[in-house]
Write a protein of this length. Structure first.
Length: 210
């Protein structure tokens, strides 16, 4: 099968419809969620975020003042909680030092500059950085995750050892640069990966891309 990114998007959108992703009431909540969702399911992240909301600490200043051990305890449902508490603290220090915890100020920074800044924060890799850029700050950056790579590999659209940048560029050079499109496309790929192109027992015979 020889699908290009535009055709894949059209097929997925016609099959699944709009996904309304990413769930989060504020841009800062999305940033926190992007860090917490590393190596875990979103349902676990929701529990961790609910704990932070219950304690009324899901704002930059309060989260900064929270001792790391208490933060780790609150985000325990997200797994790897000690590591993630440290990563959150690293991000918070960056956010407060560079942007005084102000999302609007952060969003005014050039995308490429901001991406480099985020990647310099210990514990933030390309997928997390791009999730923050796209979903919290409305920057037109395509997010690549394990689902995306698996889908493209299985359909013969990627060399076996493609890195993050290669996969991202595949989409960004073929699609128009548009925040809403990148947002929707990533969410559609996640749905396909979860429900059809699963790691074990994929449902190839009923796949929308068949």
């Amino acid at each position: 099968m020889n699908h290009n990114p535009v055709l894949i998007y059209k097929k997925l959108y016609s099959s699944f419809g709009p996904q309304h992703w990413w769930p989060g009431q504020t841009p800062f909540e999305v940033m926190v969620g992007a860090i917490l969702t590393q190596n875990t399911s979103w349902s676990n992240v929701e529990k961790a975020i609910a704990n932070l909301k219950k304690k009324k600490v899901l704002i930059p200043e309060k989260l900064c003042r929270l001792p790391e051990n208490k933060l780790a305890k609150l985000i325990k449902p997200a797994g790897y909680y000690n590591i993630k508490a440290r990563r959150l603290r690293n991000f918070l220090n960056f956010f407060m030092d560079h942007y005084k915890g102000n999302v609007k100020k952060m969003s005014k920074t050039d995308t490429s500059v901001l991406r480099k800044e985020l990647l310099s924060v210990n514990g933030i890799g390309p997928e997390t950085a791009d999730s923050i850029l796209l979903y919290a700050l409305n920057k037109p950056v395509f997010v690549v995750d394990a689902y995306t790579k698996r889908i493209l590999l299985r359909h013969g659209l990627l060399p076996e050892k493609s890195d993050y940048g290669f996969v991202q560029n595949l989409f960004m050079r073929e699609l128009k640069t548009d925040v809403k499109l990148f947002n929707e496309y990533h969410a559609l790929l996640v749905k396909l990966g979860k429900e059809f192109c699963r790691k074990g027992k994929p449902k190839c015979e009923v796949c929308p891309l068949k």
